[in-house]
Design a binder for this molecule. Structure first.
Ligand code: BGC
Length: 923
């Protein structure tokens, strides 16, 4: 094991073990006794799913384990070897289907082996218990579907369940699934009488198989809890009516997401409640109390004594829920407001747990002014009651302290932001005669003019006061301020600074997702390093270039209810980042599980914003403690993968603040330095160019001082008006104070190869230099904190091309001074089929650029190669440009006095070359 950090292994194992949620354990079917004989069915017993797919999964781990590897580790051999052998043989002819290698092509499930009754019967005669493995994957760019093979069992899986249950008295189900799936079948006919235990083990990276074996054999005791409600039917979820629409996703359920809806209005629809999770052992919870520790700050302490009174070691999670008065704004009957986990308690051991609750953080946002406090966080008058226990449903009222507010209080006054632009209904709770009643109301509409707000809040230009060149090291060493440094940047340099390049930029560790900062030679010359970003939520993702530590998927991490442990896991990830010269990790993904079919749920944590926030804070701090940075993503309301680049999430301001932005806010409060916006629109505005989101809420309200970036190849629309989408409206991005566009092609930031509208907008007054400077300050502030500052900046050296032979061909004369440019129109024939000859009059360093166009589609990878005197000089790489000519820097060349031959070879679909430009730079 050369690359992945060995010290990560026990932590990944621990996280995997604590992530598993035991949903059912009748007849103490688990753990399996060492003398008990078992048989394992389902190919997933061999083809364990380590993670989902896409940027939030697929870390290039050095090894993987399945449950049999785990059994071997623990010396357990009492499984049916014949069954294993039959599956192994069958898999040889039915290999794991990875799709056709294209993005999002891996299927959600793998073909299952068809079982013969005789085979199962024979195994049942020799074994005491059967294990059935069900696996599912999910991933970016593709939602799951309410269909067999995705949310539902396939026909073959059903046959397997029926046949195994018919033949075995005791059956244990293992769910190796990324998202929650339909589980109603567990209660159906034959299954009901035979399935004793269900272990939801999620997808837990390289150590997943070992951890699973440890849990099954009772070496470890499950202590994970559901981070989502499992309802009987997909149609029971309140978002189901609207999830998955190609155009508009209406968040009609408003703040009533997950258990907030089920516990308030539809308890009977719940199969397993939020927070649910059994243990092998039993705990006695005593001395449960709630104490007010500060009236002024409205702070409470809930404490309890937890004793392990069962027969196994185990850890207990105390969950505390708030029941706030429903009031006039309407609130759910339960909101998770704190939790604490014991250490592993041995038989008879006890531990006192304490949970501190700051009630102000659980105020409701009155977006409609119902309490006469529009756009404010309020605690309405009434009784505030705490419930504590094992899950949201069984949590008991803490009798000894009820907090009574005699008057409604404003906790924080804000400004209206991101409100709806068209009429929409939303769910509202009323409390009548001791019961919650569901009704609908109109969500409030935007009353603020974005145009006027932006104009009013335009920044002042930072004026340069001295001609002295300030380098970034001067700022780092305290000789100049960030503002003085930024004042020294030209408008061109400022425009280049807001363009990130990728993927796999040669300016940083191979396999990266992007670089930003020092993306041009002159920015590098000022001491700005190229900051290396890589994915993400599943560990350091450097494509297939390096082995990296893989960690359990997001939902699994959250299911541990153990932020401290997750912090430790991420400290190791941070060390790995430092080792591999990665500065920013594109994660964690902290979107809310709004609907079980969102393809990326596995990367995210929960339907609950507080749990999501607590885990996020632990990660942010862990990375920060080692000097690297988490990029929390995707802000915000990105709850489906279908049409993720274009879909409009229609969400009330209240739901945004209380549910979809909450975890971001918590992380910012605790020091998050970077945020990635999402692909979707919110109320008509792409989040990549949403002033209210990235300036009003994040910076003005939360006081966020860090950097914000777009998601990769994001779309934007007009920052003032919304409207039609664009790929090049970086003016709107900068004006909204989203600082960096991810991504333009490699080596394309300096030439504006994407053809964005920054320079043009500065010229026509639609953007001010001051706004670009504002983004630059945000970027530089972050760069200064990162390890990139300590790395040597390697400004690409000019390639020394020797002169060629004098040929019988017509040559153009290259005779320019430093700073001057030579330009020659070209067309394909004269540089592809023949060649172009240059006679250099004076030795110097020349930046060679080309003007290129392509009619291929916008994300097509078009590639040609430039040769100078037969030597490969550089790639000409573009996406489809819709016929528009863009300029690309190809190579910096040292050219001597003499003759040069330039020739191009087309590699992948054709580029139209329009002109050749040589700029004398001499550095
Ligand atoms: C994803 C991001 C990811 C980025 C870079 C995008 O497609 O949405 O989450 O960080 O790619 O890989």
């Amino acid at each position: 094991m050369k690359e992945a950090l060995k010290k990560a292994i026990p932590l990944v194992f621990q996280a995997a073990a604590e992530a598993a949620v035991l949903l059912k354990n009748d007849n103490n079917a688990l753990p399996i006794g060492k003398d008990e004989k078992i048989a394992l069915f389902g190919r997933i017993s061999i083809n364990y799913y380590r993670s989902g797919t896409g940027s939030g999964g697929n870390v290039n781990a050095e090894y993987e384990t399945n449950v049999y590897d785990g059994f071997k580790k623990y010396g357990y051999e009492n499984y049916d070897k014949e069954v294993k052998a039959v599956y192994e043989e069958w898999i040889k002819t039915h290999p794991f289907n990875k799709g056709n290698g294209e993005w999002a092509s891996e299927p959600w499930h793998q073909e299952e082996m068809k079982l013969e009754e005789e085979f199962v019967k024979k195994s049942a005669e020799a074994s005491d218990k059967a294990l059935i493995f069900i696996g599912r994957t999910a991933g970016e760019d593709k939602d799951n579907l309410d269909e067999p093979g995705s949310y539902r069992l396939t026909y073959d899986e059903k046959v397997m369940v029926d046949m195994v249950c018919r033949n075995f008295e005791h059956v244990i189900v293992v769910l190796n699934t990324s998202n929650i799936i339909d589980l109603k079948w567990i209660n159906e006919a034959i299954a009901h009488n035979h399935i004793d235990a269900v272990l939801y083990c999620s997808q837990c990276a390289s150590e997943g198989g070992n951890a699973l074996a440890a849990l099954l054999l009772g070496k470890n005791t499950p202590s994970g809890h559901l981070t989502d409600t499992i309802a009987y039917n997909i149609s029971d979820y309140p978002s189901d009516n609207n999830h998955g629409d190609y155009i508009a996703n209406k968040f009609e359920e408003d703040i009533f997401v997950g258990y907030r809806y089920f516990e308030t209005f539809a308890k009977d629809k719940v199969m397993y409640p939020f927070g649910y999770g059994l243990s092998y052992t039993q705990f006695e919870v005593s001395e449960l109390s709630a104490l007010k520790i500060s009236e002024k700050e409205r702070c409470f302490k809930v404490s309890a004594n937890v004793k392990n009174v069962g027969n196994y070691s185990g850890a207990y999670v105390l969950q505390v829920y708030l029941n706030a008065p429903c009031g006039v704004v309407g609130r759910p009957s339960r909101e998770l407001c704190g939790f604490a986990k014991t250490k592993e308690l041995k038989k008879g051991d006890e531990e006192k747990l304490e949970v501190i609750i700051d009630l102000n953080k659980f105020a409701a946002y009155d977006d409609a002014g119902k309490t006469d406090n529009k756009s404010a966080y309020v605690l309405e008058k009434g009784n505030y009651v705490f419930f504590a226990g094992d899950d949201v449903r069984s949590a008991k009222k803490i009798e000894n302290d009820i907090y009574v507010l005699s008057d409604t209080v404003v906790v924080k006054q804000c400004e209206e932001a991101m409100a709806l632009e068209e009429h929409e209904n939303r769910i509202k709770a009323n409390y009548e005669n001791g019961e919650y009643v569901l009704s609908y109301e109109d969500a409030p509409l935007r009353t603020v003019s974005l145009k006027e707000r932006i104009a009013r809040e335009l920044p002042e230009e930072i004026v340069k006061v001295s001609d002295k060149v300030i380098k970034l090291s001067d700022v780092k060493e305290g000789r100049a301020s960030v503002e003085e440094f930024v004042a020294g940047l030209t408008t061109k340099q400022l425009a280049v600074l807001v363009r990130g390049e990728g993927m796999s930029s040669s300016k940083a560790t191979q396999g990266n997702a992007s670089v930003f900062g020092g993306v041009s030679d002159d920015l590098m010359a000022l001491g700005i390093p190229a900051v290396c970003c890589c994915d993400g939520p599943n560990g350091v993702n450097l494509a297939k270039i390096y082995y990296c530590t893989q960690i359990p998927v997001g939902t699994a991490l959250a299911a541990t209810f153990n932020p401290e442990l997750i912090g430790k896991v991420y400290e190791v990830i941070a060390e790995e980042m430092v080792m591999k010269h990665v500065d920013c990790l594109l994660g964690p993904g902290i979107n809310i599980h709004r609907h079980p079919l969102c393809g990326r749920n596995f990367e995210y944590y929960s339907e609950d914003p507080y749990l999501t926030g607590k885990i996020t804070v632990a990660i942010v701090k862990a990375l920060k403690s080692k000097g690297v940075c988490a990029v929390i993503k995707h802000m915000c309301a990105n709850s489906q993968e279908r049409a993720r680049h274009t879909e409009n999430s229609i969400v009330s301001e209240r739901a945004l603040r209380e549910i979809y932005l909450k975890a971001f806010e918590m992380a910012v409060e605790e020091g998050a330095d970077a945020i990635m916006t999402s692909y979707n629109k919110v109320n008509g505005h792409y989040t990549s160019s949403s002033y209210d989101l990235t300036t009003k809420i994040a910076r003005h309200e939360w006081n966020f001082k860090g950097m914000i970036m777009t998601d990769w190849w994001s779309r934007l629309n007009d920052v003032e008006e919304g409207g039609t989408m664009s790929f090049i409206d970086l003016r709107s991005m900068v004006r909204s104070q989203n600082d960096v566009y991810m991504i333009v092609n490699n080596n394309a930031a300096a030439t504006n190869a994407k053809g964005d509208n920054l320079e043009e907008s500065l010229e026509n007054g639609k953007l001010t230099k001051a706004e670009l400077q504002r983004c630059a300050v945000n970027i530089i502030n972050l760069v200064l904190k990162l390890p990139a500052m300590e790395r040597e900046i390697k400004i690409p050296k000019a390639v020394d091309f020797a002169t060629g032979q004098v040929l019988d061909a017509e040559a153009s004369i290259l005779d320019v001074r430093v700073g001057e440019t030579f330009e020659k129109e070209i067309n394909d024939e004269n540089i592809v089929e023949k060649a172009l000859y240059l006679e250099v009059k004076e030795e110097g360093i020349y930046q060679i650029s080309v003007g290129a166009a392509s009619y291929c589609w916008e994300l097509a990878q078009v590639l040609s190669t430039l040769f100078v005197n037969g030597e490969r000089a550089g790639d000409i790489q573009v996406n489809g440009t819709n016929g528009k000519t863009i300029e690309l820097n190809i190579v910096k060349a040292k050219l001597h006095k003499g003759l040069y031959e330039l020739k191009v070879e087309h590699v992948r679909p054709k580029i139209d070359l329009k002109y050749l430009r040589l700029t004398r730079v001499d550095f």
